[in-house]
Design a protein around this ligand. Structure first.
Ligand SMILES: [Zn+2]
Length: 130
């Protein structure tokens, strides 16, 4: 029996190796930190989606993108791959600032492009249909 199994059985410590945090409830014997880490490996897009949604809602934006739409969008744009690469961080930008987060209103933007947006650059030539 591995140490991690013993720890798990006792239910007193997170089962990640060398972690002595308390396991969170219903997270399969992992503490919150290691649960998130595990999820990032198993479902990086799903995790990115939750963070994206929480951030949008925190900023009081309308958020009407489903997880399935987001998964598809990530595939087309390569968002999660781009973000994973060091130094090539990209953000999700709204094409039209009047509207919230809809699948037609988001575009991939690298941080450098986003930074230059203030000086007149607005991504692509998008005309809001509404
Ligand atoms: Zn842990």
């Amino acid at each position: 029996m591995k140490l991690s199994d013993i720890k798990k059985e006792k239910g007193v410590k997170c089962c990640a190796y060398g972690c002595s945090n308390k396991p969170a409830e219903k997270l399969g014997g992992l503490c919150y930190k290691h649960y998130q880490r595990q999820r990032r490996i198993l479902d990086p897009v799903g995790v990115r989606y939750s963070q994206f949604k929480i951030n949008a809602l925190k900023r009081g934006k309308v958020f009407e993108i489903t997880l399935d739409e987001f998964r598809h969008w990530c595939k087309i744009t390569g968002y999660c791959i781009v973000k994973g690469r060091r130094g090539k961080a990209a953000t999700i930008d709204r094409r039209c600032n009047v509207h919230g987060y809809f699948i037609w209103n988001i575009q991939l933007m690298t941080l450098s492009r986003n930074a230059s947006k203030g000086s007149g650059f607005s991504g692509d030539n998008f005309e809001c249909p509404f």
